[in-house]
Design a binder for this molecule. Sequence first.
Ligand code: FAD
Ligand code: FES
Length: 261
Amino acid sequence: MVEQTVQIISNERDTDAYFRLVLRAPEIARATQPGQFLHLRILPMRDALLRRPFSIFQANGETVSVLYKTVGKGTDILARMRAGEELSAIGPLGHGFTVPARGGETPLLVAGGYGTAAMYLLAERSPQKGIVFIGGRRRVDILCEAEFRKLGWDVRVTTEDGSYGEKGMVTQLLLAELKQGSGKRKLFVCGPTAMLKAVTRIADEFKVPAEISMDEHMCCGVGVCLACVIPVKTASGWEYQRTCTEGPVFDSREVLWEVAK
Ligand SMILES: Cc1cc2nc3c(=O)[nH]c(=O)nc-3n(C[C@H](O)[C@H](O)[C@H](O)COP(=O)(O)OP(=O)(O)OC[C@H]3O[C@@H](n4cnc5c(N)ncnc54)[C@H](O)[C@@H]3O)c2cc1C
Ligand code: FES
């Protein structure tokens, strides 16, 4: 993990409110594992003290990139930054996904909205191809479909308003696959908390292991402030664990949703 000032190589709109930010950060790129994140200080913000966490979308040689949605003050200012400007980055942070082994369980990736960003590197590094289920409210929320197909994955899409792919929730397609498919499968999930809960219930019902990436508000990002804790089952009961260091990826069977905020 390193903290460094990094230069923006490009920061372009993807669809609607989504942007792709490419940063020159060779040390971070070399060390990145799928599911890890960057903690970015957006230097032009007046109260830039609080960093913002973003999944590492791609890591290639000299560069790392982030796929982000503008939702508030920080991301709005970030979206106006241009090539050549600088950010402060800490990364790669957190405990990421387990990369599937060749010949092992078939990976089923389930992604919602900007959660798709956490999935690309996993799909790229997995020697075992599987299915990517991508869900969003509208067509513009469906990200990276062509890129997953280019990697050789089977991609299935749902939108809540029916504007693209099948109408409904991404869990419908997952359920259909689990009901009719066969063989050993493993789920990898990143998206809104409601989706993580729904997929956890499905994983329990079908007795399929699942790794889920938790989306908790963070402050320090490095295990000090405890702003990001979630309740996790242990051999002797349960304890709070930090999403930024023990997570963001957890085994779905270990997250104690009943106690979670
Ligand atoms: C491990 C991790 C990985 C993430 N990866 C990505 C990513 O790849 N792409 C991406 O677009 N976003 C990602 N996020 C969410 C991103 O950090 C927030 O959207 C961002 O911090 C908002 O900053 P802001 O200043 O624009 O919004 P603020 O002005 O701080 O808040 C605006 C709105 O966004 C909500 N918000 C703030 N933080 C979060 C959060 N963590 N989750 C959900 N809602 C939030 C606030 O409650 C508020 O409603 C990730 C979050 C975590 C914890
Ligand atoms: S964000 Fe500070 S401990 Fe996790």
